[in-house]
Design a protein around this ligand. Structure first.
Ligand SMILES: Cc1cc2nc3c(=O)[nH]c(=O)nc-3n(C[C@H](O)[C@H](O)[C@H](O)COP(=O)(O)OP(=O)(O)OC[C@H]3O[C@@H](n4cnc5c(N)ncnc54)[C@H](O)[C@@H]3O)c2cc1C
Length: 388
């Protein structure tokens, strides 16, 4: 189903399709070999450099950055179409900037912060992370115990953060901390811009995750930053943080759809060719039902994503709908990829096909940006609140 209305937007999406097919897909064998050697699901520096140059030349940087910073300012529905295509490959590359922190900076940065952080970030010259989760507070970030205490013209941050993505490659981070523990998410949590290398910002360890990914543990010990580094108003960090998470949830839905489409396409290619007991796998009902159920679920997810992207574009702030997408996308794509692995038999268990990397990546997504159970709780809570 074509949902992009303008010819210009369809052309941008087509450029992304060609970039995925001609530049990202051919690197998959190398990425998988690195992962099999224990080097993580990573690109070699030469390949990363090559992709940066190519994607910049194609105009794929700053796709949702404001035009004043050289971006294309593309709306959510076009970004959705682009992320569905980028989701089809396990080559770990996305043109910069990463959208969620861009959205949070756009909502909150002061004129000085825009110049120092937002502008270079929007142009892809600086990278950033966000540190919300802690050893004692992940699925329920309102229980965070990291504090930021006001001291004259400064804030002093103390606490431990864990499972944080993209720290080694980042220049700065958005660090969430309690400025009034008693108020929690309702006026007690603030966001701060912290540069790497600030005294008291300690890198504790790199944590290997499944699927060749990495996260980091950080320790803030009397980490002193000027009050001007606060992002947004004191105590009002939770709302923009949640909106930032919403951007990622829509992206995750698109990436899951891309992966599911790739898995189904691999099955459709393989099943007619492979004969067992004298009959092609494609003539077995079990395999046909994997394909039929997968195609139905992908159609449903596509409609959910288009609905959400269109409503966000029209200015609506969605809650339950994004939780539904997060749950449905991760669960249905996990099943589709698992069925594809089954269809390929032993070949599906190797590190030569991308299926295992897709399965692990989707598995992780059922935890990050809020575990499925927490999203189910939120959907039910919102529906119960709405009354019969
Ligand atoms: C690969 C990866 C990257 C990440 N990147 C970042 C990052 O960049 N920044 C960041 O801040 N965090 C990041 N996280 C952390 C992530 O957001 C948290 O792991 C997630 O929110 C869950 O928190 P937790 O691990 O503490 O699990 P917990 O909150 O302890 O929950 C554990 C389990 O308990 C169950 N559960 C929890 N609450 C409920 C409930 N209300 N009802 C029913 N069951 C429930 C769920 O099954 C859940 O999986 C990342 C995590 C991963 C795995």
């Amino acid at each position: 189903m074509e949902f992009l209305q303008s010819e210009e937007h369809r052309m941008i999406r087509d450029v992304v399709i060609r970039f995925v097919n001609e530049d990202l897909m051919p690197l998959e064998a190398d990425v998988l070999a690195r992962e099999a050697r224990g080097e993580g699901l990573t690109l070699s520096p030469e390949h990363e450099d090559l992709l940066n140059r190519k994607s910049q030349a194609l105009g794929l940087w700053g796709l949702d950055s404001p035009e004043e910073f050289g971006g294309s300012d593309l709306p959510p529905d076009v970004m959705l179409a682009i992320h569905i295509e980028l989701g089809k490959t396990i080559t770990p590359y996305k043109p910069l900037p990463d959208s969620p922190n861009l959205a949070m900076l756009m909502m909150t940065a002061t004129p000085e912060q825009r110049k120092k952080y937002l502008e270079p970030y929007a142009r892809g010259e600086k990278k950033s992370f966000i540190a919300i989760s802690e050893p004692g507070a992940g699925g329920d970030p309102s229980a965070m115990s990291t504090t930021a205490r006001r001291d004259g013209d400064d804030y002093v941050i103390n606490g431990r953060k864990i499972w944080i993505s993209r720290v080694p490659e980042s220049d700065f981070g958005i660090v969430m901390a309690a400025t009034d523990k008693g108020k929690g998410s309702k006026g007690g949590i603030s966001a701060f811009l912290v540069d790497k290398g600030t005294p008291g910002f300690n890198y504790v360890r790199k944590i290997p995750m499944i699927g060749g990914a990495y996260t980091s543990e950080l320790l803030f010990e009397e980490c002193r930053i000027p009050a001007s580094q606060m992002l947004g108003q004191e105590g009002q960090g939770y709302g923009p943080m949640q909106q930032r998470l919403s951007v990622r949830r829509l992206q995750l839905g698109a990436w899951c759809l891309g992966m599911a489409e790739r898995a189904i396409s691999m099955m459709v290619d393989h099943a007619p060719q492979r004969k067992t007991f004298g009959v092609p796998l494609s003539e077995r009902q079990a395999v046909q039902w994997w394909i039929a159920d997968g195609v139905m679920q992908m159609h449903a997810l596509r409609l959910m994503l288009i609905d959400a992207a269109t409503r966000i574009k029209n200015g609506e702030r969605l809650k339950s709908e994004l939780s539904m997408i997060k749950i449905y996308a991760t669960e249905m794509s996990a099943t589709i990829v698992d069925n594809a692995m089954q269809c390929f038999g032993a070949m599906g268990m190797t590190k030569e096909l991308p299926l295992q990397a897709m399965a692990n990546r989707i598995r992780v997504w059922r935890i990050l940006e809020g575990p499925s159970e927490v999203h189910r709780m939120l959907i039910a809570r919102n529906r119960l609140r709405a009354g019969p």
